[in-house]
Design a protein around this ligand. Structure first.
Ligand code: BG6
Length: 494
């Protein structure tokens, strides 16, 4: 008699992962530990995985299956903040966790992986590139040469972690390389911001309601600010970060994708390519800065103390803060500035989008406070941490006369739904295993967003900045305020 699948509850969930294995390259790294294993464990906990679901980890370190399972067990305990550790569940889940040590340059690794994968009995396989980006090409070639990239009667997919390239030409070269081995429809470029519930909800908010979309354009909106602030520094990632910087690390990918989601046209259907076509179209409509405009429309910053961080060159010109003004050259958005900023060691961790609507044409009752934090006609989409949406408007103060004061109408995810939201990695892993690429970026989208930041990279690469130029715990360099000040505007300090 067939035994019931302990990871699956047929009554509770619609979406379940098909029979498959995930092969993780870079399994000894931080991402596997902090994000991937906790996400997979949570999917098992929520009974979304088939019982035979297998994980095969690879890195260079020699380790037995048992030792790898123990490490993964520790990670799940440490990083599954909102999921209680269930020893019985772990016991069943970890039986299908395997490990293959080996050098990614060595063809024997791929033969060993093929043998291990075959032993799991799975035809469908998802390869996860979580290694140093310089190995992406090597692994893709290794998989291709071992014939692991295709399978009769099953699927083979690949997830590529960020950074996807270092600039436009390296991103283009990587795309070409990948396409020789995996077709585009089996290639999943991950951007974890797109998997966040609050970013997905931008679709729901804009296109599920009839009341916002008519106002969502240049006639009613005067400016949009997108902020991703972090209070932490580089946290031991100095060596990676000094080569990347905030513009590449956050703006080229996460924040341009958020901007595209805010500004795209509605797609006719909610299907992977239809949605991605619209996002791509938006990214292609962002005005490319002329070299002479870059200093006016972008600001680089570096916090005091960055150069003393471990692994960082004491003369590093890395931007730990980046801000830019973008314009979208289409009928909906012509002339509306999109201000985007991201930085480390800012006063708090907050990611939000502030959509400033135009003021009433006549100030019948006098002006409300002009300060950005109390200004009315403001819609704030809070991505994290206090996920929700606020609408700020003027209201009459009680009492005599007609004195108006800004007030807020607030929606808060936690209190409204009272349930846990899945992490971005749970959503995205689930999607890839089900073959749904809606929340993954496509080749044309990645290249379009590199095109947008390429002039800034080139200008910054040729300049010698006087860094550091902001204090840890401040809102970044004074030049960022000046960038908005020239338009008579201010940042909203969230
Ligand atoms: C990563 C960046 O992609 O996103 C990190 O490499 C950054 O530098 C992180 O800290 C932020 O993600 P989140 O989900 O914490 O906003």
């Amino acid at each position: 008699m067939a035994t019931a699948n302990p990871f699956s509850d047929p009554l509770r969930f619609e979406r379940r992962v098909p029979e498959c294995a995930i092969v993780i390259f870079g399994a000894n790294g931080d991402l596997t530990k902090r994000k991937l294993l906790p996400a997979l464990y949570r999917l098992a906990h929520d009974r979304r995985l088939p019982e035979s679901f297998a994980i095969v980890g690879n890195s260079r370190t020699a380790m037995t299956d048992e030792a790898f399972r123990e490490r993964m067990c520790d990670s799940v305990k440490q990083f599954s903040e909102d999921t209680e550790f269930d020893p019985a569940l772990w016991d069943r889940f970890s039986r299908n966790i395997h490990y293959v040590a080996g050098d990614m340059n060595d063809p024997a690794l791929y033969t060993a992986l093929a043998a291990k994968a075959e032993a799991t009995g799975q035809k469908n396989m998802l390869f996860y590139l979580s290694t140093q980006p310089s190995y992406y090409g090597t692994v893709v070639d290794g998989l291709g040469q071992a014939g692991l990239n295709r399978c009769e009667g099953g699927w083979r997919r690949i997830i590529v972690e960020k950074p996807f390239g270092h600039d436009l030409s390296s991103a283009h070269a990587l795309n070409q390389h990948l396409q020789q081995v995996f077709p585009e429809r089996e290639t999943y470029r991950i951007d974890h911001y797109l998997g966040k519930e609050t970013v997905q909800n931008i679709f729901g908010f804009r296109f599920g309601n009839g009341i916002f979309e008519p106002l969502w354009n240049r006639r009613y909106i005067s400016q949009i600010q997108i902020t991703a602030a972090e209070s932490i520094g580089v946290e031991g990632r100095g060596a990676y970060y000094q080569e990347a910087g905030a513009l590449r690390d956050m703006i080229q990918n996460h924040l341009l994708q958020v901007m595209a989601t805010i500004a795209m046209e509605p797609s006719a259907v909610f299907e992977s390519d239809a949605v991605r076509d619209e996002r791509a179209k938006l990214l292609r409509s962002i005005r490319i800065m002329k070299p002479e405009d870059v200093p006016r429309y972008s600001v680089a910053g570096q916090y005091k103390g960055f150069r003393e961080e471990e692994g960082v060159n004491p003369q590093a010109q890395t931007d730990t803060y980046a801000a830019a003004t973008f314009y979208v050259d289409n009928w909906r958005w012509a002339g509306v500035p999109f201000f985007i900023r991201s930085g480390k060691k800012l006063p708090k961790r907050v990611t939000d989008i502030a959509i400033q609507f135009k003021a009433a044409p006549l100030a019948l009752f006098g002006e409300g406070s002009g300060e950005p934090n109390t200004r009315p006609n403001l819609l704030i989409l809070r991505i994290q941490p206090e996920e929700g949406i606020s609408l700020r408007f003027l209201s009459k103060e009680p009492g005599e006369g007609m004195r108006l004061r800004p007030v807020s109408m607030d929606f808060n995810y936690g209190t409204s739904f009272g349930e846990r939201s899945p992490s971005a990695y749970e959503t995205l892993l689930m999607d890839a295993m089900q073959g749904d690429a809606t929340l993954y970026t496509r080749q044309d989208m990645v290249e379009a967003s590199w095109k947008v930041i390429q002039p800034i990279l080139e200008d910054w690469g040729n300049r010698k900045f006087t860094f550091p130029n902001y204090e840890p715990g401040s809102w970044g360099p004074a030049e960022a305020d000046a960038m908005l000040g020239r338009l008579g505007l201010k940042w909203r300090n969230s």
